[in-house]
Design a protein around this ligand. Structure first.
Ligand code: HXC
Length: 260
């Protein structure tokens, strides 16, 4: 498939890479871009040779937000009537394999929200995050007020959403929004591809279950969450990879997963 707003590749074994590629608009996330992104991620999700995915942008911009020019004339009826922004959630709700975001440059508004939908975020120290919607007379619309608050706490999230101020990649790391912070954009992308490759070498079925149980912690209370985890743990004793993995340990060998 050839796309207009994204580039798709498999730069390392088991790793699918989507590069947002709308340089003239700093990767502003217009609806056709989101449709292409969803299509590419869904194809990687279905591709047996892919174990994990990375989304990145350019050195200058991961994404400078939803497309303001596309939004400016919308009415309530057209926004509500077309469920504007709802399809952005496909990434968080429908993709079962791990998705990493490698964030360099601007990640503002919808760009910050897209990065926060990823399962793991890596960034460079100079990345510029923020939820500037307040300066446009609106509020975050793709989960920013919810995901930022869970990730960094209410007081800091409130400060950022109400002020519209940016924060840099170094802060994102200190606050735990990003799992790792790199000096340069290139190191950030390499780091994300390296982690994706490592994940892709693990048992596919175990990786799928691991993502599922960690995500449950966001929806369930601790008691139900721990019970849910235990059920999934029990269920993996019905997989071949559990036998392969534990037998390999006992025999001091490397496991050869069913997916390998
Ligand atoms: C549409 C955008 C855009 C955006 C940049 N561009 N951001 N177009 N939507 N979000 C376009 C500019 O209009 C310009 O096009 C080109 O990209 C280059 O941008 P410049 O502003 O000239 O670059 P620079 O001076 O380097 O400034 C970079 C910037 C600034 C600080 C990131 O572009 C900016 O403030 N952008 C808007 C950031 C923002 O408010 N994002 C939140 C959007 S609301 P031309 O044609 O003039 O060259 C949002 C809501 C989410 O995301 C809720 C639902 C998802």
């Amino acid at each position: 498939t050839s796309y207009e707003y994204i580039l798709v590749s498999t730069p390392r074994p088991g790793v699918g890479l989507v590069t947002l590629n709308r340089p003239k608009a700093l990767n502003a996330l217009c609806t056709p871009l989101i449709v292409e992104l969803n299509d590419a991620l869904r194809k990687f999700d279905a591709d047996l040779s892919v174990g994990a995915m990375v989304i990145t942008g350019s050195e200058k911009a991961f994404a400078a937000g939803a497309d303001i020019k596309e939004m400016k004339d919308k009415t309530f009826a057209s926004a509500y009537g077309t469920d504007f922004i709802e399809n952005w959630s496909d990434l968080a709700a429908q993709i079962k394999k791990p998705v990493l975001a490698a964030v360099n440059g601007y990640a503002l508004g919808g760009g910050c929200e897209l990065a926060m939908m990823a399962d793991i975020m890596y960034c460079s120290a100079g990345a510029a995050f923020g939820q500037p919607e307040i300066k446009l007379g609106v509020v975050p619309g793709a989960g920013g007020s919810q995901r930022l608050t869970r990730a960094i706490g209410k007081s800091r999230a409130m400060e950022l959403v109400l002020s519209g101020d940016n924060f840099d990649g170094k802060k994102a790391g200190e606050w735990g929004l990003a799992a790792k912070v790199f000096e340069s954009p290139q190191e950030c992308v390499d780091g994300a591809l390296g982690l994706a490759q490592k994940i892709a070498r693990h048992s596919r079925i175990a990786v799928k279950a691991a993502k599922e149980v960690v995500n449950k912690s966001q929806d369930l209370g601790i008691r139900e969450g721990v019970e849910y985890e235990r059920r999934v743990f029990h269920s993996l004793f019905g997989s071949r990879d559990q036998k392969i993995g534990m037998a390999a340990f006992a025999e001091k060998k490397k496991p050869e997963w069913e997916n390998a």
